[in-house]
Design a binder for this molecule. Structure first.
Ligand code: 13P
Ligand code: SF4
Length: 393
């Protein structure tokens, strides 16, 4: 690791996390925490919009900019395509002629885009600090250890891994090697159904909530059919008998944004806004999903709001950039954020206009900044799992 001098009292060591958040430390082993070399334009620079437009025009068809729905408006404005993680993966795969794919999203999405594009195409993440705390909750070594625990319990052969897109390329590679599939929130039901056509049990990782909501709410399994594997406890905190009896083995991971919504906030908004429809993302807890009126992916949330009648009221449980955009897009409807406290995704928000301008201008100057590459052996197996997702019925 490379550290920089900070003005701290003698004997006080900065924590690695604090340094990463300050962009003041490099950790090549982590998907987070690498600052941008060179000069980042200040956010107050009034020429940023014109500079972004000029750089995009100079790069023309060589450039394709993808923007996830949770990105800031200032970044979404420059996206050639916006979408949820499934649509963006499809779009990356469908652009073989683009020399540079600038991914305005988070690291695991850029990795997936690299896996799905050709070797001569460069995928660029404008700020390498844009990781995902959920993806970090399942490391390759932990997942390998989990598979060994399943093998010892005699259930690995009957288990099919289903990994959420929000996972590292190494986990996607593990999934492909063991005959599994990737899923996103828009196809988790179909992915699990496909997996149950192949095996008796599903190992779902890393989001326990999406896994539980899909298994119980969508496939009709019971809560007792699911067990939670905790990578921080010996043997996942489960006995061989528990693993043998389970139908779905959920990894103990969650989204730090969607995990903040509570059943109390649902009750509270119903009391505040009579007749409100509560619409939440399936990364929310099972209790929140059960208390809501509708549960669905980012794409489902957008389509539902588009189709909603004028005058209707909506409390949305997903990332705040998207909820604010939906409120602006639908002035004829009442659209509120489900929580009372602010809830942006901190890592999605790291991609801002200065980082976008910086990366585009680097490309114009002939440099390829912040290129995301996945090692070929991992990419080969990860691609099998991603292709399986893209081929789901
Ligand atoms: P989707 O884009 O699949 O809805 O995922 C939500 C999310 O949390 C992305 O990080
Ligand atoms: Fe990760 Fe949640 Fe942020 Fe998505 S919203 S990038 S799952 S922390």
């Amino acid at each position: 690791m490379t550290t920089v001098d900070l003005d701290l009292p003698a004997g006080v060591e900065p924590t690695p996390l604090a340094l990463l958040l300050l962009g003041r430390q490099r950790d090549p082993d982590s998907e987070r925490g690498v600052d941008c070399p060179g000069d980042l334009p200040p956010a107050s620079d009034p020429t940023l919009v014109a500079r972004a437009r000029a750089a995009k025009a100079a790069l023309g068809d060589r450039l394709f900019v993808l923007g996830h729905h949770y990105q800031r408006d200032e970044v979404i404005e420059f996206a050639d395509v916006t979408g949820d993680s499934f649509k963006l993966a499809q779009q990356a795969a469908a652009r073989p002629d683009a020399e540079f794919i600038v991914f305005c999203g988070v690291h695991f999405m850029a990795e997936s885009a690299d896996i799905l594009t050709g070797p001569e195409q460069a995928v660029i993440l404008p700020d390498l600090g844009a990781g995902c705390s959920m993806a970090d909750m399942a490391t390759f070594d932990q997942v390998e250890e989990c598979w060994a625990v399943l093998s010892d319990a005699g259930v690995a052969d009957a288990t099919v891994p289903v990994s959420y897109m929000n996972s590292s390329a190494a986990i996607k590679g593990f999934t492909g090697r063991h005959g599994g599939t990737i899923c996103t929130s828009s196809n988790a039901k179909r992915a699990m159904e496909w997996a149950f056509g192949k095996g008796e049990k599903v190992l779902f990782l890393p989001d326990q909530h999406l896994g539980r909501n899909t298994a119980v709410r969508e496939l009709g399994l019971t809560l007792d059919d699911c067990v939670v594997y905790n990578p921080h406890r010996p043997k996942g905190g489960l006995t061989p008998e528990q693993l043998q009896a389970a139908t779905v083995i959920l990894w103990k991971g969650h989204c730090s944004v969607h995990g903040r919504f509570t059943a109390e906030s649902v009750a509270d908004v119903r009391a505040r806004i009579p007749g409100v429809n509560v619409l939440v993302h399936p990364e929310c807890t099972y209790e929140v999903a059960m208390a809501a009126d509708l549960v669905g992916s980012t794409d489902f949330i957008i389509r539902t709001l588009d189709a909603a009648p004028a005058g209707s009221s909506w409390a949305i449980g997903t990332e705040l950039n998207l909820v604010k955009r939906l409120a602006k897009l639908h002035p004829d409807k009442t659209v509120v954020f489900l929580e009372k406290t602010v809830c942006f995704c901190a890592t999605m928000n790291r991609i801002d206009l200065p980082h976008l301008v910086w990366s585009l201008e680097q490309l114009v100057a002939g440099n390829v900044p912040n290129r995301i590459t996945v090692e070929p052996e991992t990419a080969r197996y990860a691609r099998q799992a991603l292709d399986q997702m893209l081929a789901l019925p």
